[in-house]
Design a protein around this ligand. Sequence first.
Ligand SMILES: [Zn+2]
Length: 163
Amino acid sequence: MTQQPTTKTAKATKTAKAPKPAVACLCGCGETTRGGTFLPGHDARMAGNAARLYAENGDDSAIKALPTDALRSKAIGMAGRLRMQAQAKATREAAKAERQQAKAQAKSTKAGKPSEVPPAILEIEPVKVGRWTYPARQVVSGGNTETQRNERRDGSGNWIPVS
Ligand SMILES: [Zn+2]
């Protein structure tokens, strides 16, 4: 029975001692490590983020903030690759845009061709519909002739085919 208090004391002491110095992971994830600079894998993550920032904005402050030369050179190497990738992508997209423009142009040229030969319109005698007469015309387009009359007697309406 003399041991019990001792054990209790030891336990209490251990509990009180428990929190180890918490070190915030340097990558900025907000988590704490067990004494190291980074959580596992977070050094690579920080280097990757720094590389992206450098590749996109030329901002090397994040690279300078990396704790070791090894990480800095890794980040710079990654930034170089990212830049090359971005350039390749931009080139591909420019080529694609060019192709699409050419395609759209070809299409509009094609669509515009028939209108290059405007249909011939011949005025003809007004047609009588019921009590009224309406302006009429013949539209000759592509070898077809269609007789149309205006839906308004003063000719200000739409032209509709006369069957
Ligand atoms: Zn982290």
